[in-house]
Design a protein around this ligand. Structure first.
Ligand code: ADP
Length: 201
């Protein structure tokens, strides 16, 4: 089976991956999959759902094998139902892979064409955004500042090294403190380049 043509949206919690991914997923020819949403759709009373809550409530990553298996099962369902058509659509991934080991496990499934890195060195700004989201989206893992700081630490220690893993892939570093519209503009430029509608500078 050919690998899915994939665009990675990469960045710390609160950097705006989900906001951008959701918008991009509305464009015909793109399908958005957020790993956190796959986990949150699990029944909290099920074994997997309980395990997810155990890790996420501490700001830790769910173990890699289980994460990639669950993601793969979920994506195969979307292919079967016709929501995601791999022969036509780019897959926009947000929140997965989240470390080098996941990236390696996923290599048989995805061909990463571009990485959009939403970068925000101002950690306080990210914390403020997540606290706002906690109220809006009822996210337990956003409500507690200690859990938020743990997630930011997990991002620095485990996720950031992934950028090196994809050093052979075209990467766009985008200032995540800009407005959503400005960030979207930068991403769209990269996607137009990728699809051949715009020549690379
Ligand atoms: P955020 O990007 O703000 O951390 P997500 O919704 O992407 O929010 O993820 C919420 C939680 O779900 C994470 O803190 C983590 O516990 C778990 N999770 C999501 N994606 C992964 C992944 N690829 N690997 C392991 N755990 C994950």
């Amino acid at each position: 089976m050919p690998r899915y043509r994939t665009i990675l949206i990469f960045g710390a919690p609160g950097s705006g991956k989900g906001t951008q991914g959701k918008i991009l997923g509305k464009i015909p020819g793109f399908y958005h999959c957020a790993c956190g949403d796959v986990f949150r759709s699990l029944d909290p009373a099920s074994e997997l759902g309980a395990e997810f809550l155990e890790y996420s409530s501490k700001g830790q990553l769910v173990p890699d094998e289980m994460t990639v298996r669950l993601w793969h099962e979920s994506i195969l369902k979307t292919v079967k139902s016709g929501k995601f058509k791999p022969e036509r659509d780019y897959l926009i991934l947000d929140g997965i892979p989240r470390n080098v080991s996941q990236a390696v496990l996923m290599e048989t499934h995805i061909e990463v064409r571009r990485v959009f890195h939403l970068s925000c060195p101002d950690r306080d700004k990210l914390v403020a955004r997540l606290k706002k989201r906690a109220l809006r989206d009822n996210r337990l893992d956003d409500a507690n500042e200690e859990v938020i700081r743990n997630r930011l630490g997990t991002y620095d220690n485990e996720s950031k090294p992934m950028l090196h893993h994809y050093s052979g892939v075209k990467r766009h570093d985008i200032d995540a403190s800009m407005t959503p519209l400005e960030v979207l503009h930068c991403i769209l430029q990269g996607l137009l380049e990728e699809t051949g509608a715009l020549k690379a500078p």
